[in-house]
Design a protein around this ligand. Structure first.
Ligand SMILES: [Zn+2]
Length: 362
């Protein structure tokens, strides 16, 4: 039965006080299924290096419909429009609160442009303008890891915590930071590009951005194989089994192959340096690990990484994302509902049926 004390959506007072993306809506339990069709939905897109996913998502984070397809390297705006029309009917689109796009950075969130993601061969692609014009509803863009930490703040491990680093080890490596309950954005929405932290001058691997020594150039899904080969050459090791995909390296470690196990320790040092930089840069109380490389290889990656993290600051809690890889998509849905980066919470237009979460500790 609906409560009688729903917040007044016409008043901005509660949201003016809101300073925290943890102001989670609580209307989930108030919604009966037969009301679902009457409720506005958000359209979310997670534009990744290899795959792009789209979802039709309600305010409680329930993904009602989703599609996933390989990311093309041209006509991205037209591709996204087609994907949106695949995930939602024209009626649902016209009634949707908006579209949120999570995209591999760098991005320009003010201009709504995908700038030059190192793992996708696209440069300066306008997304927000063409999509807004075609769909006639608001469209918002964010760096994928910023969308990821928003997803975690609303639906995942960061719901109860104000200082969180979201670290994704996937095709690339990226980060999103919640500091004092607010996202650190930077000038154009590219803060915490932690994959480009400098972590090594021994192997001098060249990152996708073109510069040597960056974390992503070693431990990302895109570069693990190259690093594995370079490590063998540097240490005059011979391949006992030539890997063709990054998973082969982890399988070799599982089987106890000495070279693979030794390489895992070097990889632990590299990951430990990256994480040490994250900790001293942002002082998080929690680090959430996400991305296919981290999620599928926890036992080989995380203990060795933790072993090699500096203890200059106390080691924060480190845990895997519990959102099944959906944190950026869910965060993009929050963008669609009107997440205001200036107040770190949903803006006035997104306050309908919202109930402010009680202050932490009260
Ligand atoms: Zn780089």
């Amino acid at each position: 039965m609906p409560p009688t004390n729903l917040p007044d959506s016409s008043s901005s007072e509660s949201m003016m006080k809101a300073s925290h993306p943890l102001d989670v809506w609580r209307e989930k339990e108030y919604v009966s299924p037969n009301l679902h069709s009457l409720m506005p939905l958000g359209i979310a897109i997670d534009l990744g290096a290899t795959h792009t996913r789209a979802g039709l998502i309600d305010r409680s984070g329930q993904i009602l419909h989703r599609v996933s397809t390989p990311t093309p390297h041209q006509d991205i705006a037209r591709f996204l429009l087609s994907l949106i029309r695949n995930v939602a009917t024209e009626e649902e689109i016209s009634q949707a609160v908006g579209v949120g796009i999570s995209a591999a950075g760098p991005v320009d969130i003010q201009q709504g442009v995908l700038v030059n993601p190192p793992n996708i061969p696209l440069r300066n692609i306008a997304l927000v303008g063409p999509l807004t014009e075609s769909l006639g509803i608001p469209v918002y863009l964010a760096n994928d890891c910023h969308a990821g930490i928003i997803g975690e703040a609303y639906f995942g491990a960061a719901q109860e915590t104000e200082n969180v680093a979201y670290v994704t080890l996937s095709t690339g490596i990226g980060g999103g930071i919640l500091s004092g309950g607010r996202i650190i954005l930077g000038k154009k929405g590219n803060a915490a590009e932690i994959g480009h932290f400098f972590v090594d001058s021994t192997y001098n691997m060249i990152c996708g951005c073109g510069y040597p020594g960056h974390w992503e150039g070693y431990a990302s899904g895109r570069f693990l194989l190259s690093f594995y080969r370079a490590w063998h050459i540097h240490h005059h090791k011979t391949f006992t089994e030539i890997p063709s995909i990054p998973e082969d390296i982890f399988h070799a470690a599982c089987e106890g192959l000495p070279n693979a196990l030794e390489f895992m320790d070097t990889l632990g040092i590299i990951n430990g340096r990256g994480m040490s930089d994250v900790i001293v840069a942002y002082d998080p109380e929690l680090i959430i690990l996400d991305g296919s490389v981290a999620l599928h290889n926890y036992s080989h990656l995380v203990p060795l990484m933790e072993e090699h993290i500096d203890r200059f600051l106390p080691l924060p809690e480190i845990r895997l994302s519990s959102l099944d890889g959906d944190a950026p998509l869910l965060g993009a849905s929050i963008l669609a509902y009107g997440y205001d980066t200036s107040i770190g919470s949903l803006n006035e237009g997104g306050t309908f049926l919202f109930e402010r979460k009680s202050e932490k500790g009260t």
